[in-house]
Design a protein around this ligand. Structure first.
Ligand code: ZN
Length: 106
């Protein structure tokens, strides 16, 4: 998966298309991500002993990683990250358009 936790992404498919948000969580096995504030679903929780929250709660549902793209903080536009090496020898992800360094590649 190219997307990482903390990345700002745009949704490119489905009912939330065009929305942007920060990646809160990744589910590597399912290749899905939770994007903050996007793709809310209403879950109906049964009142059970020991469970305080009952009734309807709003919760972000995971989105498939192929339906989101990374947004460059500088261009403010969808981009593909490329891995480059700095003079210091460290590997970073950078924007293919403006060369802005997005973060350290791990
Ligand atoms: Zn850029």
């Amino acid at each position: 998966m190219r997307i990482r936790t903390g990345d700002t992404v745009m949704i490119i498919a489905g009912k939330e298309k065009g929305k942007t948000g920060r990646v809160e969580k990744r589910f590597l096995e399912q290749d899905r991500v939770i994007v903050e504030g996007v793709n809310f679903v209403t879950k109906h929780m049964k009142g059970q002993p020991g469970v305080r929250q009952a009734g309807r709660i709003q919760k972000e549902a995971p989105i498939h990683a192929s339906n989101v793209v990374l947004i460059c903080n500088k261009c403010n536009a969808p981009t593909k990250p490329k891995t480059t090496f700095l003079e210091t020898g460290s590997r970073v992800r950078s924007c293919i358009k403006c060369q802005e360094v997005i973060d350290d590649a791990r």
